[in-house]
Ligand binder design. Structure first.
Ligand code: NDP
Length: 468
């Protein structure tokens, strides 16, 4: 079995202790992960701090080239990383799975290379000149989750490094192996210490996010953990980007053609078996087309093969871990007990792996846990409405605000309604699509700050205003 190592100051570090990483498709062992300690975190931060002195002084062109080089080596090693990702995360190799994720990593790294952060001139006249400069912050701590481990890691790493920072990444203990390997690969084109990776027990996250030599924490994960990270970071007033949970609503207007939108709604809700922060988690459908939309969704969903991601025929994989599987099962059971009608799935099968079937639930209402809580699994509750304003109120009545969508033949009407959603992103006739230059982030308790594009890059910098 492959041995995995942390990377600290460009060197592989293999502590004697390891912990098991489980393949969610089989319940067997995916690999053994180094169990680093608080001392390893300290060593990684020290290496990143030492590397910052030189890296932050490099020319913009050097850092731009580093992003291009990262994109290149990601491409050269994409198949190895995709297979490892499927083994520990569960998502299929093909379709919108691991190879797609690796493609996203390359695209984001390459795009980050082309972003511009010019000096801005506020005033330049006889009295003088005022310039806004963007400077790197220092050591960035990156904490990543288990749903899109590599893509999210690149979303953190590429802009941090491009802006002149150095990084210590700590991946989720559920999916650490592909990140460790990716960091090794990226280190072949980066100076030692610029990008470090540590893995270990749950206790090392707080060590990293409260470390006095960490200038910024960029975190993607649950809202509850995001609050803890914020508290940890408060001691030294670290800069923060928090990309947290969502409970995205989709609203289907009465003029929609159910057959035309079924595929888009399906993928908006079920990509990565629903384990995506900006997946559609609840669907509001007008009473006049409710039954047709339900039928069209069942028709499309029942043709989607789910199984071991290593089998090229499968397009959806298992739930990533036992805890998440249990949460999904519990929410569906609660909905059934409270009167939800199962249109598809709804029963956890016996057998190996954490496979929960594609589940569509009708006759669901606000107030049920499956609507009010983030299920983060392959389940979509379909809620009936009669008044569009009421549907909008219900869509907005969440403490979350990551994304939302409106579905209609009339794009302008749909866009007008979408702009009234309380969400960081809003889509018309699609849900969840991202673009490397389109700012992405949450409002309300879905997060703080923005990722992607120039706005995202700026979050890895501090302003220095020069009056001369
Ligand atoms: P968490 O938010 O707990 O974990 C995400 C990352 O944070 C992991 O690397 C985790 O590692 C780390 N972490 C946890 N606690 C701390 C801490 N106090 N300080 C620093 N780092 C910490 O997500 P879970 O895996 O527990 O999933 C729970 C729920 O989160 C899911 O049910 C889902 O609803 C949601 N979720 C949302 C995601 C999103 O993209 N928005 C992604 C994944 C999950 P460790 O556990 O080792 O500390």
């Amino acid at each position: 079995m492959t041995a995995f190592a942390m990377t600290i100051d460009g060197q592989p570090i293999t502590p004697s202790e390891t912990f098991d990483v489980i393949n969610p498709a089989t319940g067997g062992l995916a690999g053994k992960c180094p169990a680093g300690s608080a001392e390893d975190v300290n060593a990684a931060v020290a290496a990143a701090k030492a590397a910052f002195d030189e890296w932050s002084q490099q020319s913009d062109e050097t850092r731009r080239q580093a992003c291009r080089d990262m994109a290149r080596v990601l491409g050269e090693n994409a198949e190895e990383l995709a297979r490892l990702l499927t083994t520990e995360q569960g998502k299929p190799l093909g379709g919108l799975g691991s190879r797609f994720e690796l493609g996203g990593c390359q695209a984001w790294a390459a795009n980050t290379a082309e972003l511009e952060l010019p000096v801005e001139v506020v005033k330049d006249d006889n009295e003088g000149r005022i310039e806004i400069h963007r400077k790197p912050l220092g050591v960035v701590a990156s904490i990543t989750p288990w749903n899109w481990p590599l893509m999210i890691a690149i979303w953190h790493i590429a802009p941090a490094i491009r802006a002149g920072n150095t990084v210590v990444i700590k991946p989720s203990p559920y999916t650490p192996l592909s990140t460790l390997r990716m960091v090794e690969i990226l280190n072949t084109v980066l100076p030692a210490g610029v990008l470090n990776a540590v893995t270990g027990p749950d206790s090392i996250g707080p060590v990293l996010t409260s470390h006095p030599d960490v200038a910024k924490v960029t975190f993607t994960g649950s809202t509850e953990t995001g609050k803890k990270v914020m508290a940890n970071a408060a001691g030294t007033l670290k800069r923060l980007t928090l990309e947290l949970g969502g409970n995205d609503a989709g609203i289907v207007l009465p003029d929609t053609d159910p057959k035309q939108v079924a595929e888009g709604i399906f993928w908006g809700a079920f990509i990565n078996s629903g384990q995506t922060c900006a997946c559609m988690k609840r669907l509001y459908v007008h009473d006049s087309i409710y039954d047709e939309v339900c039928t069209a969704l069942v028709d499309f969903a029942s043709r989607i093969p789910m199984g071991d991601g290593m089998d090229e025929n499968n397009v959806l994989g298992p739930v990533q871990n036992a805890m998440q599987f249990e949460k999904v099962r519990e929410l569906v059971e609660d909905a059934k007990a409270n009167g939800a009608r199962v249109l598809l799935g709804g029963e956890a099968p016996q057998g190996d792996g954490y496979f929960y079937p594609i589940t569509l639930l009708a006759d669901v209402t606000d107030g049920m846990r499956i609507v009010d809580e983030e299920q983060f699994g392959p389940v979509l509750p379909i809620i009936r409405y009669t008044d569009v304003e009421d549907a909008l109120t219900r869509a907005n009545s969440s403490s979350m605000g990551l994304g939302g969508s409106v579905w209609s033949k009339n794009i302008d009407d749909a866009a007008a309604l979408a702009l009234r959603l309380e969400s960081g992103s809003a889509w018309v006739n699609s849900h969840g699509g991202l673009h490397p230059n389109a700012p992405f982030g949450g409002v309300k308790q879905s997060g703080i700050g923005t990722e992607f594009g120039v706005d995202g890059l700026k979050e890895f910098t501090a302003i220095q205003t020069l009056h001369r």
